[in-house]
Write a protein that binds this ligand. Structure first.
Ligand SMILES: Nc1ncnc2c1ncn2[C@@H]1O[C@H](COP(=O)(O)OP(=O)(O)OP(=O)(O)O)[C@@H](O)[C@H]1O
Ligand SMILES: [Mg+2]
Length: 357
């Protein structure tokens, strides 16, 4: 099955493999590798490992949280390998019903099960000479794992309902967002398969561990959008502070989507609202004089929302606002100074400052 992830970045093109090799052999200062962006130490070390494993046929297990780029890493390994001109097929093992996965991987003969009106080749045959990426491999039922392990060990398999062994030369890359040892203990991942897959384990680092990469990635995504739409939008200073200050639990995917959303909303200057304030569930609801703040709103954000809503309610009169909030005018000025741009929007009557319903 080809990947259907709509936000998957296209495979790297342009550079010749030797040029990439040269770049990767001098990792310091490198900001990207193929389609992977990032110049943090964690990424530089990942690029080196990709470089090494791409030159082999070893099975690799990519371990990392959701959205860290596991599929893009697999794709990069394929694109830098000798198999680059053959297919790369991504299979989401967690999304295929258990009773169908064997037929999807290895194909089936006509009449081998109800509904199998025609014989069909599976991914192992489709990907001949190339790479199969088994995403969420820990989700496969143990009985199917045995067949996969056999195919990995021998390079041979049977189509479902078939009696002739089929040989197909494929390289397997796999990914999981679970710790493999825990998946063995708790989720039914066979230990023998885990060891077979993890001949070469690779860790996709979470964004919070990647110093300075947030800004680099955000600028990369914005530049791509600018190129696609012939625009010249730029991030505001505050947007850059927000991207640095937030931990991005959804990793690169969350950052990419936030940039896309902010890009669509922007005229020239791209603002990146703090994701806590931006997510619908976290925005306060105002109704006349009353405002509801969501449970779990960080205190610093709650304070900001109360101050800005009161200022708005007082028609921008700071003296009145300070009195209503029971703080000195100086304290109010200090607070407003720290979120100056937003305050300007409120006074100017901008419709949405994160405090509107
Ligand atoms: N280092 C990177 N440089 C550029 N784009 C990236 C990078 N890492 C991830 N992306 C982009 O972020 C999105 C998520 O990446 P990907 O699908 O590879 O993550 P994943 O780890 O496989 O996620 P999941 O566990 O949810 O399947 C994709 O659009 C991908 O292109
Ligand atoms: Mg994935």
């Amino acid at each position: 099955m080809s990947s259907t992830d709509p936000d998957r970045t296209a495979s790297p093109v342009g550079e010749t493999p030797p040029a990439r090799k040269r770049a990767a052999s001098k990792p310091s200062g490198l900001k990207s590798y193929g389609a992977l962006f990032g110049g943090s130490d964690a990424m530089l070390s990942l690029y080196e490992q990709i470089e090494r494993v791409a030159g082999t046929d070893a099975t690799a297990l990519i371990i990392g949280e959701s959205g860290t780029g596991k599929e893009l890493i697999a794709r990069t390994i394929h694109d830098f390998s000798a198999r680059r001109d053959a297919p790369f097929i991504a299979v989401n093992c967690g999304a295929i019903p258990d009773n169908l996965i064997e037929a999807e991987l290895f194909g089936h003969e006509r009449g081998s099960f109800t509904g199998a009106a025609q014989a069909r080749v599976g991914y192992f045959e489709h990907a001949k000479g190339g790479t199969i990426f088994l995403d969420e491999v820990t989700e496969m039922a143990p009985v199917r794992q045995v067949k996969l392990l056999r195919a990995l060990e021998t390079g041979r398999f049977f189509r479902v309902g078939g009696s002739e062994e089929v040989v197909s030369d494929v390289r397997i890359l796999a990914a999981t967002n679970r710790d493999p040892a825990t998946a063995v203990k708790e989720n039914g991942l066979r230990e023998d398969l885990m060891y077979r897959l993890a001949v070469f384990p690779l860790r996709a680092p979470p964004l919070r561990e990647r110093e300075n990469d947030r800004e680099l990635l955000a600028e990369h995504f914005l530049a791509k959008l600018n190129t696609q739409h012939s625009t010249t939008k730029i991030f505001s200073k505050r947007a850059i502070e927000t991207m640095r200050g937030y931990s991005w639990p959804g990793n690169v995917r969350e950052l990419k989507n936030a940039v896309y959303r902010a890009y669509i909303l922007a005229e020239e200057t791209v603002e990146l609202p703090h994701p806590h304030l931006n997510s619908r569930g976290k925005r306060p609801i105002t109704q006349g004089d009353a405002m509801s703040i969501w449970v779990g709103t960080p205190l610093v954000d709650a304070q900001r929302q109360i101050i800005l809503a009161t200022l708005k309610h007082c028609g921008g009169d700071k003296r009145k606002t300070a009195k209503a909030l029971g703080v000195s005018l100086k304290t109010l000025y200090n607070r407003l100074g720290s979120y100056e741009e937003t305050a300007a929007e409120v006074e100017g009557g901008a419709p949405d400052d994160g405090t509107a319903s």
